[in-house]
Design a protein around this ligand. Sequence first.
Ligand SMILES: CC(C)(COP(=O)(O)OP(=O)(O)OC[C@H]1O[C@@H](n2cnc3c(N)ncnc32)[C@H](O)[C@@H]1OP(=O)(O)O)[C@@H](O)C(=O)NCCC(=O)NCCS
Length: 186
Amino acid sequence: MAVLEFPNPALTDGTVTLRPWRAADVPQRFAAFSDPLCLRYSWPHPEPFTAQHLRDRAAADEQARLSGDRLAFAVADPHDLGTVLGGAALYDVDLEQLRARIGYWLGADSRGRGAATGTVRLLATWSFHDLGLARLELTCEPTNSASWRVAERCGFAFEGVLRSHQRFRHGRRDTAVFGLLPGELR
Ligand SMILES: CC(C)(COP(=O)(O)OP(=O)(O)OC[C@H]1O[C@@H](n2cnc3c(N)ncnc32)[C@H](O)[C@@H]1OP(=O)(O)O)[C@@H](O)C(=O)NCCC(=O)NCCS
């Protein structure tokens, strides 16, 4: 497995800059992700979300980067890189099959201005051009209309619903799957 390197210089579009997470981000990241919408759609574990999960996550993310599986980014304000708007990841990276998945979330104050759309466009462009990927996937809970809109705005095609696809809290949930091929990004 090839180590995944962070893009250098960092990907930016004037609305967001995607940079590696920093230890100093934990309080902001914890506050932003504690929002009900983030927890509802992006916290699959039965136990409550705590700042300790984020501290543990740093080592897991680095291990995943070294094994070529995942790159996790802070979505930062380009005018103040210390300000975290949200998070994003290129995950389930498979350089053999040339595909990966994109995930994202934003703090409540950072929504409604295209930060998630910009993040997906930056990651998709870099994934196709620099990593040479041939397919990107984006998944969400089927009722997550804001995420659905991000996918469609970027040109992803809705490909179907995987029923009872993953464990979520104390039960299971369906997953809507979207796919994007080179040349389809909007
Ligand atoms: C999913 C999520 C990131 C989407 O956030 P968002 O603010 O709707 O998405 P964007 O940052 O791309 O902003 C798009 C919105 O801003 C508006 N907007 C304003 N300026 C814009 C611009 N320059 N470019 C694009 N959209 C812009 C769009 O019209 C859109 O609003 P609409 O969907 O009501 O039409 C957010 O709802 C979230 O964090 N949810 C909780 C976690 C989650 O669900 N993560 C995804 C799991 S799959």
